[in-house]
Design a binder for this molecule. Structure first.
Ligand code: ATP
Ligand code: MG
Length: 256
């Protein structure tokens, strides 16, 4: 294997997964996953359907509990108490496949809501901040629109702005483009890439191999709840060390 330097290896580690296990009844969804994420890294999780990628994200922000091993976020184990968990969630932004916006609120209100309720900002300040965030994701002219009057790509960008409003230390994306029409995928990937360029720490579950190849500095391949392989994109996409990774990529039509 060629030598490489992992991005920000000298920076504090933001997330550590140490032999993480997750069971659903008799089924093992995560089977001893060990991984770390440095501040400022973009880590892409790839792998077949059902391999545990979403489960790992859901365990990360404690939408699910784990059954073994440990997840440490900014130096402290997760799941200490409910109060701690709420604080932890505020430091993690989550973006889902299906946006999950409030349908009866405008784009502006969707972004401002957490600012007034969780962050206790006054309404005017929250409005200003929400406008700035919507401008940042290219939606300055869509602030009064309800989700039903936005395209999928626009809705997803509102969801990203909403997550950013909480000033998260890490952003977790679960297939942010897989519910989108092909023509709007690019605008969401561009927003995501800009965040990466600004140094946001991100974990991105994606089926967009070209995005993972270009934007991730570290790629993790899952299969059946285990890590098949992890490494820089040059390794994973050009010289995978396992046959299963090669098979997975060639199934997707990836040929370097
Ligand atoms: N609440 C649940 N109860 C039982 N089994 C579950 C539950 N959630 C997930 N699983 C199972 O755990 C496994 C991992 O699921 P997960 O959603 O993490 O896969 P994934 O890698 O994200 O797949 P995809 O690419 O299709 O989104 C799957 O076999 C799934 O059926
Ligand atoms: Mg999933």
């Amino acid at each position: 294997m060629t030598a490489f330097t992992r991005k920000n290896a000298d920076k504090p580690t933001m997330l550590v997964y140490d032999k993480v296990r997750k069971n659903y009844g008799n089924f093992t969804a995560l089977d001893g996953v060990s991984l770390h994420v440095n501040a400022g890294e973009v880590v892409c999780l790839i792998g077949p359907s059902g391999s545990g990628k979403s489960t790992l994200l859901r365990c990360t922000n404690a939408l699910e509990t784990t059954d073994g091993g440990e997840i440490r976020f900014e130096g402290r184990p997760l799941l200490v108490s409910d109060a701690d968990m709420r604080k932890v969630r505020q430091r993690m932004g989550m973006v889902f496949q299906n946006f999950e916006l409030f349908p009866h609120k405008t784009a502006l209100e969707n972004v401002a809501l957490g600012l007034t309720t969780v962050r206790k900002m006054d309404a005017d300040e929250a409005r200003q901040r929400a406008m700035a965030l919507l401008a940042k994701v290219g939606l300055a002219d869509k602030t009064p629109n309800y989700p039903s009057n936005l395209s999928g790509g626009q809705q997803q960008r509102v969801a990203i702005a909403r997550a950013l409003a909480m000033e998260p230390h890490v952003m977790l994306f679960d297939e942010p483009t897989s519910a989108l029409d092909p023509e709007t995928v690019g605008e969401v990937l561009n927003v995501t890439r800009n965040l990466a360029d600004e140094g946001m720490t991100m974990i991105v579950v994606t089926h967009e191999m070209s995005f993972a190849r270009r934007v991730a500095n570290w790629v993790v391949v899952f299969e059946r709840g285990q890590l098949l392989e992890q490494g820089p994109p040059q390794q994973i996409f050009e010289a995978p060390t396992t046959e299963r990774t090669q098979e997975f990529l060639s199934h997707l039509g990836w040929n370097g």
